[in-house]
Design a protein around this ligand. Sequence first.
Ligand code: FAD
Ligand code: GLY
Length: 391
Amino acid sequence: MNSVPTRFGPSSKSAPNVAIIGAGVIGLGIAWRLAAKGAAVTVFDRGAAGSGASHAAAGMLAACCEAEPGEDALVALGRESQARWPAFATELLKASGIDVELRTEGTLVVALTADDQARIHHHLAHQKKLGLPLEWISPAETRRREPHLAGKLAGAVWSPEDHQVDNRKLAAGLRIAAEAAGATIREHTPVKEISIAGGRADGVVLADGTKVEADVVVLAAGAWSRTIGGLTPDQRPPVRPIKGQMLSLKMDPAAPLMTHVIWAPGVYMVPRKDGRLIVGATVEEKAFDTSLTAGGLLTLLEAAWRTIPAIEELAIDEMWVGHRPGSRDDAPIVGPGPAQGLVYATGHHRNGILLAPVTVDAVARLVLEGTLEPAIRPFGIERFAPPRAAE
Ligand code: FAD
Ligand code: GLY
């Protein structure tokens, strides 16, 4: 499927009227892109804009060091988005006045023991086959880069192109940019269902029963995407919530304990410019449970302390829970939905911040021109269709 059957694209006479369900970084980014090209855009969120997974994330742009076997197409998508990030951040700064603090120190994947080293080398062999720019460095070199690392150290993988942004600033900036371009954002306005008439999406029905007409509906409700009505169960995107607990500690911004993003066994740590140190995250199949648990936080803090013992002196800043929109194969679902005029932009799981630039550009092209960018072609909903019985 190479084109979305909307009535837009080059031959359309007027810009489309688009309803977007969900004001996370994906919905807000699409709204910005579409409104800037003249579309009439309304974004609906059941709560405050940017308060879902986009608020909870760590903001890592980890296309290389998170690459796992069996995810080659996803790695390619991540690399494409990673390449777009610097220009995206600059453009957003211009459009919104918000600096998302793209930090380019890179990432270290630290091995504390020989066991960690063996496991990391196993992954590294696969990652190198994909041509990813990753390199093993010695314990001395690792310590030179991060002097506060634990006394016992086996070395690290150095990932010079895996950077980070402040995801909360990203959501705030996208909101400002979308509104400045003319989009309307309706917070605390849950969508009950997508309205489908004659095989095409013609708007959304709000929780209070009001129907809002639209030419195109974009489903970008993150982990909640499957809960939106109007579609048969098999047409709904196979997305489920993957709970993540996380916390932040307060470092002295003038003398931070680390400057790189650090991955270590059982934990990652992301230092922000303002001195916050993000420590994450659990990965739990607990539906929409929002509880912070002693076990979850203990595991994270212990793993962080084993890696950087000096964190024990830091004050706790904040603790929170978020829900990643996990699809059945952990890759996003981006492309035409099962009705005309319906577009899916969901299922970004652990990488929605990384994948925001490529997703929002591709969806804007799909809606306005009817074309599918090559980068997103492998990520359509049709990949989950049951195999047809032999005739
Ligand atoms: P969301 O931000 O969840 O937005 C969906 C919106 O839809 C919400 O605001 C919600 O209120 C709204 N909604 C729901 N139901 C309705 C309804 N009925 N009507 C209207 N609106 C509705 N990604 C990275 O790239 N790097 C990371 O380091 C990273 N770390 C993460 C750490 C944690 C702990 C978590 C939880 C996620 C992390 N992610 C990371 C993943 C990333 O946060 C998500 O993939 C991304 O934010 C998804 O964006 P979204 O806009 O699709 O979803
Ligand atoms: N990508 C980091 C996380 O999802 O926890």
